[in-house]
Design a protein around this ligand. Structure first.
Ligand code: ZN
Length: 129
């Protein structure tokens, strides 16, 4: 199966890019309209590090319509090396145990299937280091 050209053309969208508050320097993913730290509305794009650690996690046994193809799965809050936190799925855990503090790396993966169109969404997931 070939990768749809629309996906190839829009690949730049899938860099791990967050918005960084120009006032206090905190980065947010997903982007915020107003900085929850300092109230500023001025942001600039920033590329995030792809490494971090698990802050907390939970195991999901019942997926939504969009994610049911791979239950059970692990959803974790990851703290990246620059302190930015994001919630994402942890994949390819194999026999390794998912624990708080486990180092992870973000990888580009299939995220969900649109129930109506069958279109795949892509984005970042975490793998254990
Ligand atoms: Zn701020």
């Amino acid at each position: 199966m070939s990768v749809p050209s629309t996906w190839r053309n829009k690949k730049y969208r899938y860099r791990l890019e967050a918005s960084k508050c120009t006032s206090c320097g905190k980065a947010f993913l997903p982007a915020r309209m107003v900085c929850p730290e300092c109230g500023s509305k001025d942001f600039e794009p920033t590329v995030l590090p792809d490494k971090g650690k698990i802050l907390t996690y939970s195991i999901v046994h019942v997926g939504t319509e969009q994610t049911q193809f791979d239950v059970p799965y692990v959803i974790a809050v990851i703290e990246l090396d620059n302190g930015t936190r994001l919630t994402t799925q942890v994949v390819d855990t194999g026999d390794k145990e998912v624990k708080i503090g486990t180092p992870v790396k973000l990888v580009f993966r299939k995220i969900n299937i649109d129930g109506k169109t069958g279109v795949l969404g892509y984005g970042y997931k975490a793998v254990l280091e």
